[in-house]
Write a protein that binds this ligand. Structure first.
Ligand code: ASP
Length: 329
């Protein structure tokens, strides 16, 4: 795709989304990953909608007597527990047939953050990320050390088999065949990513953001994407916005997408829409820079640009009204 065409696409979808998303006062927004399946199985769209709604309502309830951080963690846990998303149960497979999960969380007041990566025994990686933030001196823990830390702090341990689902196993086999046919080139045929994320703003104006993923199907064992990297896949700053990204992680890391949006808002005084569109338009699509993100600014305005066929997402406003969008009309 030419860069010009890509830019037009981003601008068009950006405007479309701005019209579809509510204008302000959103307290919680969640996403279910950039992209859509080529075709929905019967009942699949309704099931996604129900999961996103449940995540919004659970997150909203957690924020009633809690914080934006509570809302983000609670909402993401619901989506991690659903086998329909590429996070927690339902995570995609590495080329070695393992599940290696990544998650990060950040709060925007003191800009504290935590993340875990390459874990395969923690039921809810987002809670482990929060534990790293609140109970360690570190920001990112990986692999066995992250798991030991999580279990020491009371998080639920599961067998690696818990994460196995037949749909994801089949996706691995399909991807492996495509790669074989293309002899080692990066196939890049995936239409749906399925990572989950949430951004919240509580009644005190505190922002928080989080992202959780199994990564990308057929990734190398040990590979980390943008989701556990603060500033790439997740960022929150009460002065600007909270962000959670989904897509092909490598370009999101190289472009520090989440931090760059916040930074442009802070220093160039751009709106969340203009900052997100500008950063998004600079992603090198021809180098695989495909994906999307949700952004919630300090006043409760939402922007959700993407250059895939869709970005399933939902919002809940202060009055409890829920709005879920699976496909743009
Ligand atoms: N960004 C994630 C990664 O690269 C994948 C996704 O969003 O689904 O690991």
């Amino acid at each position: 795709m030419s860069r010009l065409l890509a830019l037009i696409l981003v601008v068009l979808t950006g405007n479309l989304l701005f019209a579809a998303d509510p204008p302000g006062n959103v307290v919680l927004i969640v996403h279910g990953g950039a992209g859509l399946p080529e075709k929905f199985e019967p009942g699949q769209e309704q099931a996604w909608r129900a999961d996103l709604e449940a995540a919004l309502k659970t997150g909203f309830a957690a924020m009633k007597n809690g914080t934006a951080l509570d809302g983000v963690e609670a909402a993401i846990k619901v989506l991690e527990d659903s086998p329909r998303f590429n996070a927690g149960k339902g995570a995609v497979f590495t080329r070695d047939g393992t599940n290696e999960l990544d998650a990060s969380i950040m709060e925007g007041t003191e800009r504290k953050a935590g993340a875990v990566a390459g874990v395969s025994r923690i039921k809810n990686p987002i809670s482990a990320a929060r534990a790293v933030m609140e109970k360690s001196d570190h920001v990112l823990l990986v692999g066995a050390g992250a798991e030991r830390f999580a279990f020491r702090n009371g998080l639920t341990e599961v067998s690696p088999r818990y994460f196995w689902t037949p749909e994801r196993w089949q996706e691995l086999n399909v991807e492996a065949e495509k790669r074989e046919a293309k002899k080692g080139t990066s196939a890049g045929t995936k239409k749906h990513f399925g990572t989950v994320g949430a951004v919240a703003r509580d009644s005190k104006g505190r922002l928080a953001a989080g992202t959780s993923t199994g990564g990308m199907t057929f990734k190398m064992s040990g590979r980390l994407g943008d989701s556990p990297i603060i500033g790439a896949g997740t960022y929150a700053d009460d002065r600007t916005c909270g962000i959670s990204c989904s897509g092909h992680g490598e370009p999101f890391i190289r472009h520090a997408v989440a931090f760059d949006i916040s930074s442009r808002m802070r220093h160039l005084k751009l709106s969340v829409k203009d900052a997100a569109n500008a950063v998004f338009a600079e992603l090198p699509i021809e180098e695989g820079g495909i994906g999307g993100l949700i952004a919630l600014d300090k006043n409760g305005n939402v922007h959700a640009p993407y250059n895939t066929v869709g970005l399933p997402r939902g919002t809940i406003t202060a009055d409890g009204a829920v709005n879920v969008i699976i496909k743009e009309k």
